[in-house]
Write a protein that binds this ligand. Structure first.
Ligand code: DP6
Length: 327
């Protein structure tokens, strides 16, 4: 069948973490992230004669594999988007990433945001202008993207921050674009382990409610958000590093103090973290360091830290798979 629509969305890495949520993925605390266009999902939508919506991997260098559960979640969200836009035909959704699917880098953020954007474009082409505007959309992506962010949030929380080019801040319903003195960062992911995680991030949001450390978590995240925004505005890189470091440890402490406890940190993760700390000690400079609900370590560098970025590639390339924005 003929391809009707094609859209892409980047992944994003949070420095202040979304962890803990209420119904419809309303977060317990605000988060702040940087978008990663070298970790991109492409979604194509075409009409199908089949009796229901379908998903298939898009042919690409790195084919996506979705579990039955993953496919069902993705198509359920597509149905929700179709209902929102009043679309009733059946469609074939195809998606691909521009990075290997088996490296533990795949995120629901890029795939759900790309599906939201693609369905928006589909609606724009299928609906007449009045019907489209009656839904509150202008048809200009830049003016509609906060609405799209709110929609995408209901599919997967972190995807609401993937509608923006660099920085985005998410308080409650949708994310907004932010800008700081550091407008462009370099990114390196150190793949400590490629296996799929035992506890999904969606499940982690529920499980952390049992942690005694949840008391005060919202206040701590709010404080760090304010401090980090200041640091990024004032070009206080080292202060930003300390805030990001404390923030991901706070989230991992929630995991480890849940009842029952769970966790993602491996011996290799800790080895990578120790290298980061040594590098900072030796150089009085280094990358921002963070971890998601997984064992991999994400590093962010300033534009003028290209040689530091290369140092980290040298430190880790013989031990781990790495994936970076500059390679
Ligand atoms: C640890 O967005 O995957 O990456 O809303 O259930 O889809 P759902 O959760 P998800 O949670 C991501 C959590 C995180 C931190 C973050 O990205 O802020």
């Amino acid at each position: 069948s003929r391809i009707m629509i094609k859209e892409t969305a980047p992944s994003n890495i949070a420095l202040i973490k979304y962890m803990g949520k209420e119904a419809n993925n309303i977060p317990s605390n605000p988060s702040l992230s940087y978008s990663l266009p070298h970790l991109l999902t492409t979604v194509e939508i075409s009409k199908t004669d089949a009796s229901e919506d379908q998903w298939a991997a898009l042919e690409s260098e790195y084919a996506i594999e979705l579990s039955e559960k993953g496919k069902a979640r993705y198509l359920k969200f597509f149905k929700k988007l179709k209902d929102h836009f009043g679309l009733s035909s059946n469609y074939l959704i195809q998606s691909a990433n521009n990075f290997p699917s088996d490296a533990g880098l795949a995120s629901s953020a890029s795939s759900f945001a790309a599906l939201t954007k693609a369905t928006y474009s589909l609606a724009k082409s299928e609906l007449d202008t009045e019907a489209f505007q009656a839904l509150g959309f202008t048809g200009e992506f830049i003016t509609d993207r906060e609405k799209l962010s709110a929609l995408s949030r209901t599919g997967s929380g972190s995807s609401c921050r993937s509608l923006f080019d660099t920085w985005s801040e998410w308080q409650t319903d949708f994310a907004v674009e932010e800008s700081f003195s550091y407008s462009k960062l370099l990114h390196l992911a150190i793949i400590a382990e490629e296996d799929k995680k035992e506890v999904s991030s969606s499940d982690a949001h529920i499980k952390v409610k049992s942690s005694l450390l949840m008391e005060g978590r919202t206040a701590r995240a709010n404080k760090r958000l304010a401090d980090l925004k200041n640091a990024l505005n004032e070009k206080s890189w080292e202060a930003a590093f300390e805030i990001c470091w404390a923030e991901f440890w706070d989230m991992h402490a929630l995991f480890e103090t849940s009842e029952p406890s769970f966790g993602y940190m491996t011996a290799d993760s800790l080895m990578v973290l120790n290298e980061c700390r040594s590098y900072w000690k030796a150089n009085q400079d280094g990358p921002l360091v963070t971890m998601d609900a997984g064992p991999n370590v994400h590093l962010l560098f300033r534009e003028d830290q290209k040689s530091c970025y290369e140092d980290f590639i040298k430190i880790f390339e013989n031990k781990f798979k790495i994936w970076g924005s500059e390679s």
